[in-house]
Design a binder for this molecule. Structure first.
Ligand code: CAA
Ligand code: NAI
Length: 698
């Protein structure tokens, strides 16, 4: 039919095979090929039924996302789905791998669906800011009922073949070879004169829906979908499906799909889809760079981070040895790990056997020699350069040649740490985010001498433990924390100017941040910020700089752990309560420092925090500490609770317009001077040329 779609006949059954690697996206040429193959099958007098299958690793994984920005070529997917459904010969979809989005919609056009037991099906469009636009919102409720269809489309999560079979999406599970099994199934159906079943002929059974079902459903998903554009439109489509015939419902679905596709949110989420895959590509480290095998892991320090990191590896099935200074610290650390697992078990996320198995993989130690046969050692002791240098000198003495030596430092100079060993090429930063066993991000810090093999190994380690590894350069705070520092500076300066911390948090959260910066500080511990900033080599000579943290620290307000910080906390509670005492302290301090109080509106709160962040991002990019703007976005979305639907700070800057961002930076420079608000040259250049960060190439 064409290079991407093949037609053949096997014992009376037409077999249409789509072969568009890597994931059989149903691109324009594939759609053309399928239409031609269907015509041929219709005209083929010796073909009594049709099987649609895919070559390679998966059934159709959806529309080709890279085509969304181009004009839609004919035939479009809805035409293909409706042509399949309208066939007079029985059509069977043969599914392996993942049938996602347009892939599942294609299968829903078929009259029967069979699948391997390992297959998964789903409608993940919502994750791209879209809704299923090839009649999925109209067909799925007809097939599985309103609530099950909504759950699949709102979560975007694929389900297993077994579950799909239970719901009626899959009719037959095939064992052995899928194509042979599907052909045999089609023959059986023909032999039994099975009817041609068309979903368009089914009505949605809305009679059993409780009164107010849709209002209640909206309420139920409100928290999880806060700020997102597509979910409400998915609900609208399903409401439509309960009232209108499929063709009419599909027309309205198409309108809402186009709205979603044109939304800045969808552009942002599609950007992240590709950015999260591109981070794995490092220009000077080819894909075939050898990786060192990692079978045993050592961790130094069983504190907040060391314990969480140990869990990451135990969860992946790797044995871990955790080294501490004394038995009490070790017991405390391992006790916390056990408690965390038990909490998971009590919530039904782990079985008791799994808790035992994972704890069984974690072993405590007090002697350096216990790390002698580790393939990877991760240091997670206090954030103190001298201490880390000592630890690395000791690791150098005991670890076997070829072991990867990593530090979880969040700010310190990796090269200084590497120089404490005689093997700086084996030293790398693995910067986890708290809680380490939960947060997806892993910043992988490349030192001046880190070898390509060690970098490739670290990228592989991220995959093993289910993290998104992003390679960054060695500078104070690396990418995430260096940018966060700018945001914090403005946040605290605005507090001296009269904005209460809780208002800043509220505005940030309404803007989409998972948590406001002051709540984050109370959670992480204000003392950590204070100590880390004291060690900073480039501290500005400015008494107002992050002064509020220092002030709270001086008053013993370290955050949740002391029951007070930016907020106060009732005994045993984590609910932040605004504290007039804090307001008074800050007001008095502002007076002492001579900072004028002024009215600041919500727009300024957002601009000052995020323009400061973006400007720093541009400096980081130019300096090469991040490889691509998308890498910065991936870091912020996966490590700092930046709203996914804004695509990350650099993509957000593009959406605002770089001219506008630059004008804002210049405005604050006019008011506060050059020290913090000098525009990054890259921002200036791109704004002048009408460019974007995401379109920029080094
Ligand atoms: N379009 C274009 N490219 C795609 C793609 C798609 N739908 N899905 C995957 N790719 C590309 C990836 O970018 C990647 O490219 P590189 O190798 O160049 O980086 C390559 O295929 C392999 O992808 P993964 O690295 O993600 O491979 P994986 O094995 O880890 O996962 C997958 C495979 C589960 C299919 C995953 O790629 C995935 O979830 N894809 C997206 C599925 C999706 O969202 N489909 C819905 C599309 S929207 C739609 O269909 C709208 C509609 O209603 C018509
Ligand atoms: P922590 O204070 O909770 O734990 C440090 C642990 O190291 C303590 O249990 C201590 O007994 C142990 N330790 C100290 N010296 C040791 C030695 N010589 N040998 C063995 N163990 C030793 O500290 P936390 O928060 O876990 O931080 C550890 C590192 O992780 C720091 O470098 C920090 O900057 C970094 N980090 C912390 C994050 C956080 O949110 N807490 C986030 C990301 C990185």
């Amino acid at each position: 039919m064409n290079d991407l779609v093949r037609y053949e006949r096997r014992d009376g059954i037409a077999l249409i095979t789509i072969d568009n690697p890597p994931v059989n996206a149903i691109a324009h040429a594939v759609r053309q090929g399928v239409m031609a193959a269907l015509d041929r099958a219709a005209a083929d007098g010796a073909a009594h039924a049709v099987v649609i299958a895919c070559a390679g690793r998966t059934f159709i994984a959806g529309a080709d996302i890279s085509e969304f920005d181009k004009p839609r070529g004919k035939p479009d997917l809805p035409e293909v789905v409706s042509r399949i459904e309208g066939m007079d010969k029985l059509v069977v979809a043969a599914i392996h791998g993942t049938a996602l989005g347009g892939g599942l919609e294609t299968a829903l056009g078929c009259h029967y669906r069979c699948a391997l037991a390992s297959a998964r099906v789903g409608l993940p469009e919502v994750l791209l800011g879209l809704l299923p636009g090839a009649s999925g919102t109209q067909r799925l409720p007809r097939l599985v009922g309103v609530e099950a269809a909504l759950d699949m489309m709102i979560s975007g999560k694929p389900i297993s073949a077994a579950e799909a079979r239970e719901k009626g999406i899959i009719d037959e599970i095939i064992e052995g070879d899928l194509v042979d099994g599907a052909l045999a199934y089609a023959r059986r159906l023909v032999g039994a004169r099975a009817p041609i079943r068309r979903i368009r002929d089914l009505a949605v059974d809305a009679s059993r829906l409780p009164k107010d079902f849709f209002a209640d459903y909206r309420q139920r998903i409100a928290r999880q979908t806060r700020g997102y554009f597509a979910p409400e439109r998915i609900v609208q489509c399903v409401e439509i499906a309960t009232r209108l015939p499929l063709a009419e419902g599909h027309r309205l679905e198409r309108e809402l799909f186009e709205q979603c596709k044109a939304s800045t949110q969808s552009v942002a989420l599609r950007h992240l889809f590709f950015a999260e895959r591109e981070v794995a590509k490092i220009p000077d480290i080819p894909k075939d760079t050898p990786q060192r095998p990692i079978a045993r892991v050592g961790i130094v320090g069983a504190g907040t981070m060391g314990g969480g990191i140990a869990m990451c590896f135990a969860n992946a099935g790797l044995p871990v040895t955790v080294l501490e200074v004394d038995a009490a610290a070790l017991e405390r650390g391992l006790g916390t790990v056990r408690r965390n697992y038990e909490i998971s078990a009590s919530r039904g996320r782990l079985s008791e056997a799994e808790v035992r198995q994972r704890m069984g993989l974690i072993e405590g130690a007090l002697e350096d020699g216990a790390l002698a046969d580790a393939d990877l050692v991760i240091e997670a002791v206090f954030e103190d350069l001298g201490l880390k240098e000592q630890v690395f000198a000791r690791l150098d003495a005991v670890c076997r040649p070829g072991a990867v030596l990593a530090t979880n430092t969040s700010t310190l100079d990796l090269d200084r740490i590497a120089r404490a060993t005689r093997r700086p090429a084996d030293v790398i930063g693995l910067h986890f985010f708290s809680p380490a066993n939960v947060m997806k991000l892993l910043e992988i810090v490349r030192g001046a001498q880190t070898s390509p093999e060690v970098i490739a190994t670290a990228m592989g380690v991220a995959k093993i433990i289910g993290k998104i590894g992003v390679l960054v350069g060695n500078c104070w705070g690396f990418v995430g924390n260096r940018m966060f520092g700018q945001m914090i500076r403005e946040n605290q300066m605005m507090q001296l100017e009269g904005v209460p911390p809780e208002r800043i948090d509220r505005v940030a959260e309404e803007w989409g941040m998972a948590m406001g910066p002051n709540g984050v500080f109370d959670l992480a511990g204000i003392d950590i910020d204070v100590k880390v900033r004291r060690g900073r080599p480039d501290k500005p000579d400015d008494p107002t700089w992050c002064r509020v943290s220092d002030l709270l620290f001086e008053h013993g307000r370290l955050g949740q752990k002391t029951g007070s910080g930016f907020y106060r906390y009732e005994e045993g509670s984590r609910t932040p309560i605004p504290d007039p005492l804090v307001h008074d302290l800050i007001r008095a301090e502002a007076k002492r420092l001579g900072v004028a109080r002024r009215e600041i509106d919500d727009a300024e709160i957002i601009e000052r925090m995020f323009y400061a962040l973006i400007n720093e991002g541009a400096l980081i990019l130019e300096a090469g500490h991040a490889l691509r703007p998308g890498d910065i976005d991936v870091i912020w979305v996966n490590g700092y609770g930046f709203p996914r639907y804004r695509g990350g700070p650099m993509r957000h800057a593009d959406a605002v317009g770089l001219g506008e961002v630059l004008a804002g930076v210049e405005r604050y420079r006019g008011r506060y001077g050059d020290r913090y608000w000098r525009p990054a040259p890259l921002l200036e250049r791109l704004a002048r040329e009408g460019g974007t960060f995401t379109g920029w190439q080094r």
